[in-house]
Write a protein that binds this ligand. Sequence first.
Ligand SMILES: NC(=O)CC[C@H](N)C(=O)O
Length: 357
Amino acid sequence: MSGEKRYLVLENGRVFEGVGFGAPGDVNGELVFTTGMTGYLETLTDPSYHGQIVVQTFPLIGNYGVIPADFESIKVHPKAYIVRQWCQHPSNFRSEGDLDTFFMRCSLPALCGIDTRELVKIIREHGVMNAKLVSSKERLDPSDLQGALLEGAVAAVTPKAAFTERPQETKYRVVLWDFGAKANIARELLRRGCEVVHVPAGASAADILALRPEGVVLSNGPGDPAENTGTIRELQKLCEHKLPMMGICLGHQLLALSRGAGTEKLKYGHRGANQPVKDLQSGRVYITSQNHGYAVQNDTLPKGAKLWFCNANDGTCEGILYQDIPAFSVQYHPEAASGPLDTGFLFDAFIKRLEVK
Ligand SMILES: NC(=O)CC[C@H](N)C(=O)O
């Protein structure tokens, strides 16, 4: 642990002075907060956080240590990590160490000892903004924080080449279009007898069809969905083949864009494990895990796309049921990890569609 003074500088010039831990180094990124009380390992290893500085609203993080079996990918993705307090003596039979040692090993600079409640209130009022974590008072000038910092995010986390995961007994072949997929998406599919062929973001519709899948899952991923113009074009072509499709988070946004809908950046996004979404068919509300900054605009849904779920807090689009193609998509994470398993039934609904094909 460095124990040195570190400064968090916000785009609006506000500075928080705290104590550094984890790796040394100055970084900048988009500052976002997550409200999950647990699940910090899943958050740290979720590729959708690529390029962001993540603040945990829960004041004490790290109590159950570092458990590699809970990771959602093999890497830590945020640029920096901010907590009120981290636990120096984790207690859990599965733990392999503490956060500080882990962050030093994976080169993640972190900050503790600031008033995270005050910081989160600023983000909520001002909206998401850029920030930097620096260790010298000489670097407090925020003028280098303007503009988008997240361009090309998907390219940084998508696999370089296709690879396959096999279940004990294969019933179906599913392509997972992998924009930085969380591991639990593949686990949910494997558990249901799917061979999962991960394909990189740059795959074409023809590449995917050549694999002869029974269905396609579009994964989560980082950054602004609208910048993935090549993928959106290929997705449009793929839709003509009427394969069963399921989109999750970024995958949901890309599918909507390929059908002619628009996306927008939310003021501060939804990140946490207790986001309520309402099923507009049944009226039932589910508690879901979420991590996104953009959303599909409800008033841009094309003909053939029906709003299925909306966020019970702010009414934004949380899911679409397509009627002209055999596809549905959700803005939240049915694979949870971490978070409630309420909506795991969506994987069963997808498998059902593979059966009738
Ligand atoms: N988890 C995700 O897939 C996030 C999608 C997209 N990058 C967003 O922030 O909205």
